[in-house]
Ligand binder design. Structure first.
Ligand code: ATP
Ligand code: MG
Length: 283
């Protein structure tokens, strides 16, 4: 069965999308896993890191994005077909990574937010994504879900389909303040879901420190997080720490293609690979 992992934090800009895409590429390229990325964020950042703008535009015009899945629910239609909407062999490494696929997002998802806001367990909206897993029928080893920085109805569909979540965090005051909030909120939501499905569970896989720098306040905040993690006040930190590096921020540019994964991540490759090995182990 696919291991489904959401990358989540209520704070924006902490590196959810960046770490999700790097993890997906390394899992597929280096560890030969069959990987699907699901982009639930109307900002479409994961989508445009993995396919060209032109390709996204075509998918969007043909209603082959996650938007159609939610639109069907709102309008009572059945136009969405996951097998037709998944884009195969994505990434700007080589001609794409054959075992890395993408279910793209759309900026049109914004329009759906108002219509589906306020999760309604009675209309089964929450099940809408998880139901698609059955159609996919074990095609994937890992499904990585990129969540927007909120716990709205669409994110909740992602949480419901996930067995695990990873919290990327920047070791600064604001981010760590928000950390307790996200953990508490996810626990609250999980309890709500348990009321409709008592076998449901979601586990934190860990917290990953991103954009780290070897100076204050980062060093002291990291030490504080390590202590809290040791005392089990927060989920386990990943041992791998991702530094603030231009190589990592440069992956934003899809047009900068590379022939190999090591060529793309250069000196950062081994760090990202260590994180991925920890993720595999913890699953
Ligand atoms: N380790 C890193 N080193 C340098 N830049 C980074 C690193 N990680 C992320 N960034 C940069 O930080 C910015 C925010 O990252 P990203 O979009 O992944 O955050 P996010 O949590 O997904 O944000 P949002 O909540 O808006 O979806 C991007 O410009 C990205 O390139
Ligand atoms: Mg993002």
């Amino acid at each position: 069965m696919a291991k489904v992992i959401s990358f989540i934090n209520l704070k924006g800009g902490v590196g959810k999308t960046t770490l999700l895409v790097t993890t997906a590429e390394v899992l597929a390229c280096e560890h030969n896993k069959k990987v699907l990325v699901i982009d639930l964020d109307p900002q479409t950042n994961a989508t445009v890191l993995l396919i060209s703008q032109e390709r996204w535009k075509k998918a969007n015009e043909n209603n082959r994005t996650i938007h159609q899945l939610f639109l069907d629910k709102v309008e009572g239609t059945t136009a969405f077909d996951i097998n037709k909407s998944i884009i195969k062999g994505v990434s700007n490494i080589g001609d794409g990574i054959s075992n890395l696929d993408l279910l793209p997002s759309s900026i049109d998802l914004i329009d759906i937010y108002d219509k589906v806001s306020g999760l309604n367990y009675n209309n089964n909206l929450i099940k809408i994504l998880k139901e698609q897993l059955e159609i996919l029928d074990n095609q994937y080893d890992y499904i990585l879900v990129d969540c927007p920085p909120n716990l709205g109805a669409i994110t909740m569909c992602g949480i419901y389909m996930s067995q695990y979540y990873i919290i990327p965090v920047i070791a600064d005051t604001l981010s760590t303040y928000g950390l307790n909030q996200v953990i508490r909120k996810i626990n609250e939501k999980a309890r709500e879901i348990k009321r409709i499905e008592d076998t449901y569970s979601i586990k934190p896989l860990g917290i990953v420190i991103n954009r780290y720098r070897d100076n204050k306040p980062y060093t002291s905040i990291k030490a504080g997080l390590e202590l809290k993690s040791k005392n089990r006040e927060i989920p386990k930190l990943f041992e791998t720490v991702i530094y603030n590096r231009s190589t990592i921020s440069n992956i934003c540019d899809y047009s900068e293609s590379e022939n190999t994964i090591r060529g793309k991540y250069k000196k950062e490759f081994s760090t990202i690979d260590n994180l991925v090995k920890e993720i595999i182990e913890r699953c």
